[in-house]
Ligand binder design. Structure first.
Ligand SMILES: NC(=O)c1ccc[n+]([C@@H]2O[C@H](COP(=O)([O-])OP(=O)(O)OC[C@H]3O[C@@H](n4cnc5c(N)ncnc54)[C@H](OP(=O)(O)O)[C@@H]3O)[C@@H](O)[C@H]2O)c1
Length: 249
């Protein structure tokens, strides 16, 4: 069976870079109508112009999840959309720090972007999904939704939290044929990883992973595509860890 998202409208947050961009590009190739977000207005303009030039069904919105006003404006836009079949809560931030050095601003921002925005978006789209008796929701967490490491207490709190949200929401929505799962990547080569791990640390990390390499964004996107697709009919409320075996050692 080939994946085909013709006629499906899917939201991917944080789709300007890294994992979210890969998922959006792959879904576009599979003919989905895409509602995408990023935070930089100039980049959003440029991406929307290029989507028109290349005739892809991508519409980018400029949304900053650290600012509730900005999120609410986006939600108002979504309310005008006829049908939404899928939501991928991918946007995320990770500011590393020891607990006693963590600023309340960093706590608030990480909670807003990684946890509150997904909650508000799920609440908005689930209403539409219930009416159409169909929906697929993927919350992108991290291996730090299952384990943790120094300087990742707040990040882990948000990622453990989002999986809790997945489990709870999946219980509420399964009877409406809305399947909700967490997708937890290990170490993926993106800007976020390059910011937090030096090249030397990345090489050392690769040696600690049973698959002996960091993930590329396609490794994560492939699983997201399955979770969003009609091939998935019965998998819900699970935390799918895509980490080359790292959390098993
Ligand atoms: N990379 C990894 O190794 C890894 C591992 C496990 C889990 N994850 C998770 O996977 C997801 C994507 O990570 P990534 O590595 O692809 O990240 P990334 O390359 O840093 O991209 C992050 C995306 O989120 C958007 N974003 C950042 N701050 C935002 C805000 N305040 N409001 C709304 N959107 C915002 C960014 O938009 P702009 O481009 O406009 O800044 C960008 O599109 C995150 O949830 C992350 O926690 C990543």
């Amino acid at each position: 069976m080939r994946f085909d998202f013709t006629g499906k409208t899917i939201i991917v947050t944080g789709a300007t870079r890294g994992i979210g961009k890969q998922i959006a590009d792959d879904l576009a190739e599979l003919k989905a109508n895409l509602i995408l977000t990023g935070t930089n207005p100039d980049e959003i303009d440029m991406l929307n112009r290029s989507a028109i030039t290349n005739s892809t069904s991508k519409k980018y919105h400029c949304v900053n999840f650290s600012e509730n006003e900005s999120l609410l404006e986006f939600i108002d836009e979504l309310k005008k959309t006829d049908r939404v079949h899928g939501l991928i809560n991918n946007a995320g931030i990770n500011r590393l720090n020891y607990i006693d050095e963590t600023l309340i601003e960093d706590w608030n921002d990480m909670i807003s972007v990684n946890l509150s925005a997904p909650f508000q978006l799920i609440r908005c789209v689930s209403e539409k999904m219930k009416k159409q008796s169909y929906g697929r929701i993927v919350n992108v967490a991290s291996i730090f939704s299952k384990i943790s490491k120094e300087r990742r207490s707040v990040y882990s709190a948000t990622k453990f939290g989002i999986h809790g949200l997945t489990v709870g929401v999946s219980n509420d929505l399964a009877r409406h044929n809305i399947l909700v799962n967490t997708l937890s990547p290990g170490f993926v080569l993106t800007d976020l990883t390059r910011k937090n791990l030096s090249e030397k640390e990345q090489l050392e990390m690769a040696q600690m992973i049973p698959a002996r390499r960091l993930a590329v964004t396609r490794d994560i996107s492939n699983v997201a595509i399955f979770l969003m697709s009609d091939l998935n009919q019965y998998l819900t409320g699970q935390n799918i860890v895509v980490d080359g075996g790292f959390t098993n050692i």
